[in-house]
Design a binder for this molecule. Sequence first.
Ligand SMILES: Cc1cc2nc3c(=O)[nH]c(=O)nc-3n(C[C@H](O)[C@H](O)[C@H](O)COP(=O)(O)OP(=O)(O)OC[C@H]3O[C@@H](n4cnc5c(N)ncnc54)[C@H](O)[C@@H]3O)c2cc1C
Length: 512
Amino acid sequence: MSSLLLQIKESYPMVYEAFSALPDGERHLRGIMELDRYWEHLHQPVPEVVKPGSELPEGVEVNGDFDLIYAGGTLSLLHAAVMARQYDRKVLVFDRHTPAQSTRDWNISRGELLKLADTGVFSLSELESVILRAYKTGWVEFYKPDGSQKRLYIRNVLDCAVDADLLLSMAREVVLSMPENRVLSQTSFTACYRFADHIVVEVTDSEGKSYHYRGKVLVDMMGVRSPVAMQLNEGAPQTHVCPTVGTIASGFMDADFDTGEILASIAPADIASGTGKQFIWEGFPAKGSEYITYLFFYDEVDSQNDKSLLGLFETYFRTLPEYKKIGPDFSIHRPVYGIIPAYFHDGFSRTREIADDRIILFGDAASLGSPLTFCGFGSLVRNLHHLTADLDLALDSNALSKKDLEKISAYEPNVASMANLMKYMCFNAETDEPNFVNDLMNEVMVVLDELPERYRQAMFRDEMKIEELVVVMLRVAWRYPKVLKATWDKLGVAGSTGFLKNLVGWVFSSAR
Ligand SMILES: Cc1cc2nc3c(=O)[nH]c(=O)nc-3n(C[C@H](O)[C@H](O)[C@H](O)COP(=O)(O)OP(=O)(O)OC[C@H]3O[C@@H](n4cnc5c(N)ncnc54)[C@H](O)[C@@H]3O)c2cc1C
């Protein structure tokens, strides 16, 4: 038995038991602990990883020259594949673990996924091949103690389970089909040094040996724990988070393989410690007899709650039988986990830093997706066309300053406004009744049920128009006036004016 697993035997007995039965349980436990370092690093002095060129030690050997250097090897591979194949750019992608190996699986609608064919990198049949399963419909439901909850059915939303690693491997093959490109594993970003006409990226391999690569631009896609995002945002790269854990397993007795359970709350908030948490489940059928279940909650980055993934996994294993009936042949194939990031932009448009001279951030490192519907992958797919075409133009015209690069972003004013709704789902025992989040969300479901289907689809696909959101908000306030006091309690003056600023920014944007 590994010493790492033994370390958690007493404190997280159910995680210990489940992970000990997995052939790669130790590797996953290490990955979870690595992500949980996010919490320790938040209030520490911010390490300086973006440095002036003058600090590059003299005489270092440059091991390769590239147009684009991607730090992080998950969603980056999709962007890098388009830059390499469509725009003939020479790219380097590296990851501290294995590129194209994710710790999650993704859901998206078929229409959204197939848009990737427009990039010219994947054929429609290749994209079809990564769909593990498509469901007939999905639903969202929030707990009411008297059983009066509205089950809202939604079609064509998050209804395809995608084999993330297969899609990413296909992208990696595209990158490597051009011999000038490179994809490196076990390679960690340590620092970068900026010069007027290039950037040097320093990495270390698994033995601690340093290498240096020269590029025109560093594309930071190191996810929620990106040290570059941490520095550019002065130690506050996220305002809200959505810690998420789950498994891909088989052997549930009541899993419906034709239906996705997009959001399912089955109890009031857990108020045992901290400010309390409203747990939410998700359930999605996958390949064959496999079924994916997730447990998550929304929270402020600075709340007093234990937000560790390890603690959440213990809760997951303890309460899973309350969500799904576990049969005698139950077996876990793989754990899935991550911290979904969110950022509240207190302004009329984007306020988070997502670029600097010769540096650009995409994916979770940029934290511009909405955590409401799990859409970091969806956000990149939606925006990939302009995120690649615009970067190519910037390279062509050598417009690579912070001011130029920050124009190339996945910021969407509708998504930023909608992300405010997440604040209502961050439970706080000081201001909320235990069933507050469920009561409010149940009213939203009732309102959506009364409106034409496109409203619910737009809401859960981040495609809402402002007039549609206003209709939903007014109807919810009419049915459930408590939401007005809750807005005051939960958002306060600063949060409420910030929300209004986001809405005004949306009105005046071209994305209406
Ligand atoms: C359980 C779960 C389910 C999800 N489901 C969905 C979904 O259904 N639909 C959807 O749209 N979104 C979903 N998401 C969100 C989506 O997974 C993320 O938005 C997406 O993975 C972000 O990709 P990324 O490449 O930006 O970051 P990450 O996936 O976090 O990848 C970052 C990479 O950078 C590497 N890295 C980190 N630090 C360094 C370093 N110093 N040096 C080198 N490499 C480094 C890491 O090893 C990692 O491979 C889900 C998230 C979770 C947690």
